[in-house]
Design a protein around this ligand. Structure first.
Ligand code: NDP
Length: 508
């Protein structure tokens, strides 16, 4: 029996993503293997009925029903626990290990009876999570307990290192799950399958043949009610520092011997250790920060970010962040990796684009414009598009652009269903290893410093637009494609192929 404790049971993550993800997991074929008990814990004085109803509603929102969900609803317990209060969390953990969690378990001492595994999910504000972990003594954490931490993990490399030290004092590193829900297992496996199960790509996957790599996560939504969190984070910390660097690592890493958590995470860590800002002496040339102004989004007038309720305009929070990184390895030296993410943009676009170098010589006599071969890996829904120059249908001497597109497996579970499956199965493949979490901050520290000191001005873009105009290294790959004569992707949310619509709720 595994006891899953959700700390912060009354919060947004728990109700909107975690509990629906759990219900989704239970009704999947994985559900049969799970012997699970759920405990919701929060500092507020809720009664058991409130919690049961919350779990039931979350399951309904996921469209999950059946005996496994009924069992979850019937057996789940609420335990009021203030993790900031002396001893509360320790008692809850002891009770969970002893299989004795009841309505007020956190407020009394635990009888020591034999129980099962404990998984403690910190769905709390990050500062509360860090303080709660710091306050725990190793002997208060039952053997085998898994600690699950949400993003952001620290706020710079030093705080991430400090938090790592706190955690590894409590449990072994392999029992710490740092969640990055963006990379569902199917997305990770899709990238690995594409790269390493085909003879075609890997020999060309290096600076000798690749000109640039772009990873773009543009959202056509604004704050979706999360100003409180977002205004303190911004696009760089919220998206680039975590999810986009993880994608870069998967795209740039060397082939792993196996797809085990250990081999995969070793390979990703190697790449991130070798990653740095393209030009630290000239951050304005290789980074961009911008904020949306009033415009039209989804057919509606939208005010400026600075005027959103809960936003402090003097913080100059970036709603669009762009960085160009270098990966200092034999394979990638000289290839710019451009990572960009923004909110309130006119087109939702979530893809990595690998642009290959031009052919060394186009045989004289072939007409039209030769454009570089591009491989687009779309995320959500996952697909691949290979853009090639082929001989024209009407005139075989004249080159035309053609695209080969295929959809990849969407995976059976929602992102949080996959996260929970990994955690409950004790499989850290999808979780971020401690050293990697520190490197993800380290890579972007020169950017944060340059932005704070004003060396890179805050640009603006109207909501619903494509963002600030491109320049130099920050030119979008599609603008480059148009200049070369390649067809520009269709604008607007109905665009197919690259940047297709993702029906998931806004999650970052
Ligand atoms: P919320 O603020 O919505 O929820 C946090 C919950 O923790 C609240 O119920 C809060 O209670 C409770 N809490 C605060 N202090 C304590 C305490 N001392 N003891 C017990 N409970 C306490 O945050 P979110 O759910 O949005 O986020 C949680 C984590 O998940 C964060 O790290 C966030 O970055 C991450 N995340 C969130 C996502 C989302 O979409 N919401 C997406 C991805 C990650 P009270 O209401 O009384 O303050």
């Amino acid at each position: 029996m595994t006891t899953l404790i959700v700390l912060g049971a009354g919060g947004d993550l728990a109700s909107r993503l975690l509990l629906p993800g759990l219900a989704d997991l239970l009704v999947s074929h994985h559900g049969e293997e799970l012997d699970l008990r759920l405990v919701g814990a929060d500092r507020d004085e809720h009664d058991q009925g409130w919690w049961t109803e919350r779990v039931r509603t979350a399951a309904e929102s996921a469209g999950a029903s059946g005996p496994s969900v009924d069992r979850l609803v019937a057996t789940t317990r609420y335990a009021r626990t203030d993790v900031a209060a002396d001893g509360d969390l320790a008692r809850l953990l002891a009770d969970a290990a002893a299989s004795d969690v009841g309505p007020d378990a956190g407020s009394r001492s635990a009888p020591a009876r034999g129980g099962g595994d404990v998984v403690c999910y910190f769905a709390l504000p990050p500062s509360v999570t860090a303080a709660a972990c710091r306050a725990l003594d190793p002997e208060q954490v039952p053997a085998g307990t898994r600690l699950v931490l949400e993003k952001p993990f620290g706020h710079d490399s030093a705080s991430a290192a400090e938090l790592n030290a706190v955690l590894t004092r409590l449990v072994p590193e392999e029992n710490v799950h740092r969640v990055d829900h963006f990379l569902g297992k199917s997305t990770v496996l899709n990238i690995l399958g594409l790269r390493f199960a085909n003879r075609l790509f890997e020999p060309l996957w290096s600076a000798a043949h690749v000109e640039r790599v772009d990873v773009v996560f543009d959202e056509d939504l604004g704050l979706a009610g999360r100003a409180g969190y977002y205004d303190g984070a911004g696009a760089l910390a919220d998206m680039v520092q975590s999810h986009l660097l993880q994608l870069l690592a998967l795209i740039a890493m060397d082939p792993p011997a196996t797809i085990s958590a250990r081999d995969l995470r070793d390979r990703k860590a190697e790449v991130l250790r070798a990653t740095r800002l393209w030009d630290e002496d000239d951050p304005a040339s290789c980074t961009r920060r911008a904020r949306w102004t009033a415009g039209r989004l989804g057919g509606q007038d939208v005010g400026a970010y600075a005027d959103e309720p809960g936003v402090d305009p003097s913080r100059e929070t970036d709603t669009l962040a762009e960085v160009v990184l270098a990966v200092d390895t034999w394979r990638w030296a000289g290839v710019p990796f451009r990572l960009r993410s923004g909110k309130a943009l006119g087109r939702r676009r979530k893809e990595a684009v690998v642009t290959f170098r031009h052919v060394p010589h186009l045989p004289t006599g072939l007409l039209g414009t030769s454009s570089p071969t591009r491989l687009r890996i779309g995320f959500g829904p996952d697909d691949i598009t290979l853009e090639l120059d082929v001989n024209g249908q009407d005139d075989a001497f004249s080159l035309e652009r053609s695209s080969l597109r295929t959809e990849l497996s969407p995976g059976e579970l929602t992102a949080y269903g996959q996260v929970l499956l990994g955690v409950l199965h004790d499989d850290p493949t999808l979780s971020v290893r401690g050293d990697t979490a520190e490197h993800c901050w380290r890579v972007l520290e020169p950017v944060v410093q340059a932005w704070r000191s004003g060396r890179v001005p805050l640009e603006t873009y109207p909501a619903g637009s494509g963002g600030p105009p491109g320049r130099g290294l920050l030119e979008d790959v599609d603008a480059q494609g148009c200049a070369d004569g390649a067809p520009a992707p269709a604008p607007g949310p109905e665009a197919s192929g690259p940047g297709r619509q993702d029906e998931d709720p806004p999650v970052s």
